[in-house]
Design a protein. Structure first.
Length: 340
């Protein structure tokens, strides 16, 4: 062996010794892994809506007139036939008096001629004319009475006045709603559900509701109906939700709704970020492999796993595009975040 060979061997031995004793050895990269846990999994469809009356009646005058009297106000319970407001009707009342006088005159004239026609003093033609005049007068009185009564706004049924628009002295246009009345049925929520989720929503599904007016409180209801025609612009369908218990929600309040599609009390769960395109990365014996999974309910932070892995499998917590099947890695087991 030449001196040059010995010199090179000496350098190589020194370098090997330095790498072994002084320089860190190259090892497989570490990846964070988790194991699936068990817990409750709820699949829900989220939507926002508004509390409204199931039956809401507008009460408006048929003719333009000035408001002269208010007998009911917002928040009051009223009964069927109760006069809620009076509109100015002086001209109509004067016309009604005139028609009543005319009716009285024609009635008396008819009875007088009815007696005379039997004696042959009045002709049958005059008698028929008197009868026609009386019938016409009665019809005119009835019409004037109805027009005068239209100036009284009357409750069509028992209910609650939920809104009033108008003050005494104000000119109320014809057909402009003066009162909104809720009656005949309890309140409900109308929510707009995205068309992507509407196929999951069925009548009688339970619903959890929250309102900003009552922070921290949850109210219960159920799906009453789904409108068959959607909104092509908003790409949503209206869902009616009825309450299943007494609550303090009021008409017009905004409500957040969670329609419960399914609920499993002991589901297998993984952090949502660990599942990509229905696949997970596993570390087995220090080697990466990809595994397809069947998922169930999806939450903001966790996803239900129906099949594909077991609770003993080590699943990469945050898979990246650089992962390769068969690559050697070191697993670092971490505790999944608590999302209770």
């Amino acid at each position: 062996m030449s001196k040059r060979t010995l010199r090179l061997w000496g350098i190589g031995a020194a370098l090997l010794a330095a790498l072994w004793f002084g320089i860190p050895r190259l090892t497989a990269p570490a990846v964070e892994v988790v194991r699936a846990t068990h817990g409750p999994a709820v699949q829900a469809v989220y939507a926002t809506g508004n509390v409204e009356a199931t039956v809401m009646m507008p009460i408006a005058p048929r003719a333009t007139a000035r408001l002269t009297q208010l007998n009911a106000d917002e928040g009051e319970q009223v009964t069927k036939g109760q006069v809620l407001a009076q509109l100015e009707d002086d001209d109509l009342q004067n016309a009604l008096k005139e028609f009543k006088v005319r009716e009285d005159f024609t009635r008396n004239d008819f009875h007088r001629k009815a007696a005379l026609v039997k004696k042959g003093i009045v002709s049958a033609t005059d008698f028929d004319q008197a009868k026609a005049d009386w019938e016409a007068a009665k019809a005119a009185t009835a019409r004037a009475t109805a027009e005068a009564n239209f100036m009284k706004l009357v409750a069509p049924d028992d209910g609650l006045i939920i809104k009033r628009d108008g003050e005494i002295g104000q000119l109320i246009p014809a057909n402009q709603t003066l009162f909104w009345m809720s009656c005949c049925a309890p309140l409900r929520v109308s929510a707009e559900v995205d068309e992507e989720d509407i196929a999951l929503v069925k009548p009688d599904l339970p619903v959890l509701l929250r309102a900003d007016a009552f922070p921290g409180k949850v109210f219960h209801g159920k799906v009453q109906s789904v409108t068959p025609k959607g909104d092509a612009v908003a790409r949503s369908y209206r869902v009616r939700i009825e309450f299943t218990e007494e609550n303090p929600l009021q008409i017009g309040m905004t409500a957040e709704t969670n329609i419960i599609i399914s609920e499993h009390k002991d589901a297998m769960l993984l952090p949502g970020g660990a599942v990509k395109n229905n696949k997970v990365w596993l570390v087995k014996n220090g080697t990466l492999s990809q595994q397809g999974v069947t998922i169930g309910a999806k939450g903001l932070d966790q996803v239900e796993i129906l099949s594909g892995i077991t609770v003993d499998d080590e699943v990469v917590l945050k898979p990246t595009s650089g992962l390769q099947a068969g690559k050697r890695v070191r697993s670092k087991l971490v505790q999944p975040p608590d999302k209770k």
